[in-house]
Ligand binder design. Sequence first.
Ligand SMILES: [Zn+2]
Length: 296
Amino acid sequence: MKMKINSKQKKLIMIFLIILFFILSISNFYNIYQQLKNFSGKKIIKKTKTERTQEAKTKEEKEVKKIYKKTQKLRGYKNNNFKNTIEKQAQKYPHTFFLESPIVEKKIYLTFDDGPEKIYTKQILDILKRENIKASFFVIGENINYYPETVKRIIEEGHTIGHHSYDHINFQNYKPEYVFETQIKRTNQILKEKFNIETNLLRPPYGVITNQQIEFFKKLGYKIINWSIDTIDWNLKLDKNNIINRIKDQKHEGAIILMHSGGGNRKNTVESLSEIISILKKENYQFSTIDDFNKF
Ligand SMILES: [Zn+2]
């Protein structure tokens, strides 16, 4: 059977072919132009230093965006509203929920989540000792049982311990009473038994906590300490320079810096720490610990 093409269809096919031809020639010309440019000018072959830095920065920014999207999911937020939520919470509960120090002082708070663990927590402690500064460790109750010696060191060397739950659940999926019983009270019992200490300082996993839970913890005298600078040190797609740059760009008086001493490979954290400390020391920051927040 023969297919009949009427003149209208012929016209359409012609138009389609012409458009296709144009697209192909434009992309071809562009390729030739690029090659010529590569060949003749040094601009593309030898990128200037600033161009390369800009490129690295853009790559970094893209990666950071991806990471934020991912963590957003972990936190259980559908839209990009985690930041809004915590900012509102800090405003609503000024004496209970903190993103930074409420007073202007040349102080800065290094904080480490997810420890203790086998390798990195000790390396971080070694650096802090060498630098003669104090920091804060938000520990996971379950891990205290595995690495009590490391927790002992944290306490003996003058750092501050805070809660980071018993087994890293997302608080917002549970009732306040349940969170308190299974995550906080339980961890306090372990701390009391093993080291004769207890703490009212708390950083919820992922930084996520509901208003109802804040109010519950407020009544019990707890302080919830989130952060103002996220180093994203846990992400190994980024290197130690990314952590250092984030500190350089974002450092401010009263900042709470989020880092990790456990929960995975923390070599970037360890490798960047000395330099971060030296940058902040040069600017005369005083390294303080989170028990300061009990005064506010
Ligand atoms: Zn955590």
